[in-house]
Write a protein that binds this ligand. Structure first.
Ligand code: 2P0
Length: 332
């Protein structure tokens, strides 16, 4: 059975930054994210007796061995569970606006977990899919669910997975300011490792997380956007502060990132509920009211090009596309 499976990307409001176990991808802390409608990956896996190695095609282009690394980990885990040795062909299509410069590992590895388990005949509940996605890429564990999800750090493979927190069916959205689409100098994987190993600020970051997480959950329960934004913005700033203490030090910020952050502060001064978050790259994401996305985009278009501004709303969890839908959307 080979179906296309779709998973959407997510942006963390409480960040995952650092691993307790590099191989299993167990995080040092729980994290909490919002899955978004704007960016997603469709993936199909075909186990084929004729193949001698696993193959990965991304947007129709065959990928080299290095790109297969994360994919192979998920495929091996599926083969192990299904008791098969067969190699697989993975076809994956990323629906990320061109030049967005956004990482697709969350949606990509989540879609792969769904597609590979189905292709191997495994019927895995979401919790198991989340674990499987996690061993490909940590943040992918959260992309199994729509709305808000929390990745519980756990202590081993069986206890580290994401759970749904809230459907996000209220007035919350995100506006992306794409400031740079260049490939980053320090990958998130290397960046978090360097920070854990060398930054004296890392302990302080870890100690502040329980407080951030419980405050965030209460703010979500109250549907209090202002508090959600305040907690998320501060959490992101704290995460980025740890990288400045690393050896050698590094930052994902560019001058344009700071311009974008200042633009968000300016929106606040004008009375809008708008807060920013940033990940392992220079782009800035504004947490705002879904009902004000167009208005904010309009205001920011005085400072940024139309193509730099992308609206996103809460998105759905992982799902299997029905064949007509997959064919129709791919136009073949
Ligand atoms: C997050 N990031 O919570 C954090 C915030 C980046 C900054 O998850 O090594 O691609 O594959 O587990 O999931 C990016 O890291 O890293 C990330 P791996 P991943 O969204």
């Amino acid at each position: 059975m080979t179906n296309w499976v779709r998973a959407h990307t997510n942006i963390a409001l409480i960040k995952y930054w650092g691993k307790a176990n590099d191989d299993l991808i167990l995080p040092k802390n729980n994290s909490l994210s919002l899955t978004l409608d704007a960016f997603y990956t469709d993936t199909k896996v075909t186990f084929d007796q004729c193949l001698e190695t696993d193959l990965l095609y991304l947007n129709g282009q065959q990928q080299n061995l290095a790109a297969l690394d994360k994919v192979k980990k998920v495929l091996d885990a599926v083969r192990d569970k299904a008791g098969i040795q067969t190699r697989a062909r993975v076809d994956s299509i990323n629906y990320v606006p061109t030049a967005a410069g956004l990482a697709s590992s969350a949606s990509g590895l989540a879609a792969l977990a769904g597609a590979a388990s189905q292709a191997a005949g495994l019927d895995m509940p979401f919790e198991e899919l989340s674990k499987l996605a996690r061993i490909g890429s940590g943040s992918a564990s959260r992309s199994i669910y729509g709305g808000f999800a929390e990745w519980l750090k756990g202590v081993d493979h069986d206890t580290s997975y994401a759970v749904p927190v809230d459907k996000a069916d209220w007035d919350i959205g995100m506006l992306f300011i794409i400031v740079n689409d260049a490939k980053k100098e320090v990958s998130s994987r290397d960046g978090m490792k360097r920070t854990v190993d060398t930054s004296p600020f890392y302990e302080g970051w870890l100690q502040s997380l329980d407080g951030d997480l419980s405050a965030m959950k209460q703010a979500l329960k109250d549907q209090d956007l202002k508090r959600v934004g305040q907690i998320a913005e501060r959490n992101a700033l704290k995460m980025h502060a740890t990288t400045l203490g690393a050896q050698p030090p590094f930052t994902y910020w560019t001058a344009e990132s700071m311009t974008a952050m200042e633009a968000v502060r300016s929106l606040r001064r004008q009375g809008y509920t708008a807060y920013f978050t940033m990940d392992a790259g220079p782009n800035v994401k504004i947490i705002c009211r879904q009902s004000q996305l167009a208005e904010l985009k309009d205001l920011l278009s005085e400072q940024f090009a139309e193509s730099q501004l992308i609206e996103a709303r809460p998105g759905p969890g992982i799902r299997t596309l029905d064949p007509s839908e997959a064919l129709q959307e791919k136009g073949d």
